[in-house]
Design a protein around this ligand. Structure first.
Ligand code: SF4
Length: 252
């Protein structure tokens, strides 16, 4: 497969493809294993996998396995692998760096300070993500514009620089304008395996965003979507990000 340039001309050639399934199909056909769906088990991720398989593809799928995910997240990955006959790449933190972090700061360093939480997120999420991006030209993400204030400016296409040489990667959010309701309906109508915690609710409390155990808690009826993340650092700030999808401030 000849290597395609990642540039504005590529985006212009993809812009007319409005249908997410057609777009996902086009990207995998053009980029093969240099394209991959990254998912943490949210609804957009499982819908993208379903759309890709229904388009006749065997998509490359990866997740960042922080080794601190909910048991229900691992169960979902097992269910997806079984239903779609694929292997989800679980990209984990560097074992030596992880050991050193735990030795120096302890298991629960994220409670100590914002800096230590970001250090933990960097080691368990951002570094492994950088590693897998090193193998990609196209990163399909499940970002949605309605997920938080910080994500409201998300478009379908963005060229991001990777590594010290700033190699361009096309980041694509095919379902950027889908609502929660539309995603839920799609999963129900198509028998798509879903994360059990996203369908859990008690007295109006529910999960809208899933990450690591302890750092992710349910949100109450009037809280913003990402309030459940790192709740001990200002639960009402809905701009909290772990570093995987950093949005430039002037774009917010
Ligand atoms: S969410 Fe919590 S446990 Fe997971 S990487 Fe970030 S700080 Fe560490």
């Amino acid at each position: 497969m000849a290597k395609e340039a990642i540039n504005e001309a590529l985006i212009q050639s993809l812009e007319p493809i409005q249908d997410p399934q057609a777009l996902i199909g086009e990207l995998f056909r053009r980029f093969g294993d240099r394209a991959a769906i990254g998912t943490s088990g949210q609804l957009t991720g499982v819908v993208m996998v379903d759309l890709a398989v229904k388009a006749g593809l065997k998509p490359r799928v990866f997740t960042i396995d922080t080794l601190r995910l909910f048991p229900e997240t691992y169960q979902l990955f097992d269910a997806l692998e079984k239903k779609y006959s694929l292997k989800i790449e679980k990209i984990q933190p560097d074992p030596e760096k992880l050991k050193a972090m735990l030795r120096e700061h302890g298991e629960f360093l994220f409670f100590d300070s914002k800096e230590k939480q970001e250090f933990c997120c960097h080691l368990r999420k951002v570094e492994p993500n950088e590693r897998v991006l090193g193998t990609l030209d196209v990163w399909l993400t499940g970002l949605r514009a309605d997920q938080s204030k910080a994500r409201a400016a998300t478009g379908r296409f963005e060229i991001i620089p990777h590594g010290p040489e700033r190699r361009p990667i096309l980041k694509v959010a095919p379902l950027v304008d889908w609502t929660e309701e539309r995603l839920r309906r799609y999963c129900e109508d198509n028998g798509v395996p879903v994360h059990k915690l996203l369908f859990w609710e008690q007295d109006g409390w529910r999960y809208e965003s899933l990450g690591c155990v302890i750092c992710t808690t349910p949100i109450g009826p009037f809280e913003p979507r990402r309030a459940g993340r790192w709740r001990w650092f200002n639960g009402l700030d809905d701009d909290k990000e772990c570093g995987l999808h950093v949005v430039k401030k002037d774009e917010v």
